[in-house]
Design a protein around this ligand. Sequence first.
Ligand code: DQA
Length: 151
Amino acid sequence: MSAVHVLNGPNLNLLGTREPQTYGTTTLADIEAGLRERASALGLSLTFRQSNHEGDLVTWIQEAGRAGAGVLLNAGAYTHTSVALRDAIAGSGALAIEVHLSNVHARESFRHHSFIAPVCAGVICGFGARSYALALEAIVPLLQARDAAKA
Ligand code: DQA
């Protein structure tokens, strides 16, 4: 069974009330519930986590990489600042997709650069809470292809 770890960074615990004009009113718990339903239909095991601390995210990326799990990473603001998260993905070999609710390219210029995107298989942004569901759909064939190549 393929495993996917959904890792959420700083301030994403505030979804639902945080800047709803930008992020909508769906809570992180709602996103988790929707993904759990879809993951079970796809036969995936799902781990869903959030932390406001960069080091937790580093540890969790390493853990996912070691376990061979795919990673859907919404690193929040750390996307635009963190070499450590980039190195965690590259160093652990985790197959990762960068996820954002908002279209970061249509926002302030400091959100246009991602330290993480170059070590991810792809980036999905701008579809609100649906960005996560789209990323889940996208990672399944990538994990299958990677595992088939290993076998
Ligand atoms: C975000 C975009 C980031 O720029 C921002 O710092 C966030 C949320 C998003 O999901 O749209 O915290 O990652």
